[in-house]
Design a protein around this ligand. Structure first.
Ligand code: FE2
Ligand code: FE2
Length: 120
């Protein structure tokens, strides 16, 4: 559980990451798993959740981080479209999403509590 091991310090968001990681690992370990349809919705829901949770903590969400979320959403939709057209298989699809999540957690999410300051 790689992402579950990299804590960002907000329990609800760490649980989201661990859940997405679980879906990814399930797809990678069992090709054809019905969890493949849950991966993109789970990731998109997490992005929205992350921004709401930080706002609820009275912290300003960094503009660059928000911009990266929008970029990830576009990439996720593209990957899903490629998978639906059988241009990539479930394994490649899960690997690509894993890379997206891994880089994002390391480059942005782990810095959330350090870079977000109180809004007042
Ligand atoms: Fe994020
Ligand atoms: Fe996140």
């Amino acid at each position: 559980m790689w992402h579950g091991a990299v804590k960002i310090g907000v329990n609800e968001l760490d649980l989201d990451h661990a859940n997405i990681d679980y879906i990814i690992r399930s797809i990678l370990e069992r090709c054809g798993s019905d969890l493949d349809t849950q991966l993109v919705p789970a990731f998109l829901a997490h992005i929205e959740h992350e921004e709401k949770i930080i706002a609820a903590m009275d912290r300003k969400f960094p503009a660059e981080h928000k911009k990266e979320h929008r970029h990830i959403a576009v990439v996720l939709h593209l990957l899903e479209a490629e998978r639906n057209k059988n241009m990539i298989d479930d394994y490649k699809f899960a690997q690509e999403v894993k890379t997206l999540l891994t880089l994002h957690v390391l480059d942005f999410d782990t810095k959330l509590l350090q870079t977000t300051e109180g809004s007042c």
